[in-house]
Design a protein around this ligand. Structure first.
Ligand SMILES: O=C(O)CCC(=O)C(=O)O
Length: 262
């Protein structure tokens, strides 16, 4: 865990990777965590979900399709979320300060990095629900829109258990997010974007990808026998403000500085 001072002498990402992120709004990096780290984070993640089941500190983001499922005799979908894992667990607190991750974030948003928030996003085997297409900043309404998210996997992910899908270049156009007539999702992508252009980011366990806060992204239901444990860290340059009045997501803008270089 470190607050770093002084110049970073060279970039961690290659210039091609940085350009890829700037032009397409996402970057798949691959495995970053060591096997030892994966083992620790899996154990702590499972422990926190067990604890959250008891104290009710998690949400199910899956659209409530209970009635349809009852007809189909299926169990209700679950897209389980624990916000601010870094405040519940010392290991996840360390993870938001992970040097290798912050080095890459620095290459993408600059040397002063503040935490916006973090969340565990768990799709249980077979029952894992979708996260519908959205731009994060459609909800956050932050300005300037220069936040980035690091999406970390604790299990191998592919299209069938909820790998992240993105629309390349969509970060260049902010879109209105409001309740659509035709679907239960908040954003009616089909009327605005050709989803055939989506890129599926398969990753191994311990893998990392980044997306810009305006990149359209989606994760499919988990239809496999494998669970899909993911963790997202949302970073912002200091000075970021939200157009929401008061604190959004119960997080203010007085969040910890994770790295500063004067
Ligand atoms: O983990 C997921 O399924 C969705 C994650 C997501 O939407 C995000 O990190 O912004």
């Amino acid at each position: 865990m470190s607050e770093t001072q002084g110049e970073k002498s060279q970039t961690t990402l290659t210039q091609d990777q940085i350009n890829h992120f700037r032009q397409r709004g996402y970057l798949k990096v691959g495995k970053v965590l060591t096997d030892e780290e994966i083992e620790v984070y899996r154990r702590e993640y499972d422990h926190e979900f067990e604890r959250a089941r008891q104290d009710g500190r998690f949400r199910n983001l899956a659209i409530d399709d209970t009635q349809d499922l009852q007809k189909k005799k299926e169990a209700p979908k679950q897209m389980l979320q624990i916000m601010q894992m870094c405040e519940r667990n010392i290991h996840f607190r360390r993870l938001v300060y992970h040097d290798k991750i912050l080095d890459m974030v620095e290459d993408l948003i600059g040397p002063n990095i503040q935490l916006f928030h973090d969340q565990a996003l768990f799709k249980p085997a077979r029952q894992g629900g979708a996260v519908f297409w959205h731009q994060d900043n459609g909800y956050w309404k932050c300005s300037p829109a220069n936040l980035i998210s690091c999406w970390l996997t604790l299990d191998e992910v592919d299209v069938s258990n909820g790998a992240m899908q993105v629309i390349p270049g969509s970060h260049l156009t902010p879109m209105l997010h409001e309740k659509s007539e035709s679907t239960s999702a908040l954003f009616d992508i089909e009327s605005q974007v050709d989803t055939k252009t989506a890129v599926i980011n398969e990753l191994p366990a311990g893998g990392v990808m980044f997306h810009h806060c305006q990149t359209l992204h989606y994760t499919a239901p988990n239809s496999t026998d494998r669970q899909r444990r993911a963790f997202a860290i949302h970073f912002m340059p200091p000075g970021t403000k939200s157009m929401h009045s008061g604190a959004y997501l119960k997080v203010g803008f007085d969040r910890p500085m994770l790295r500063t270089r004067a």
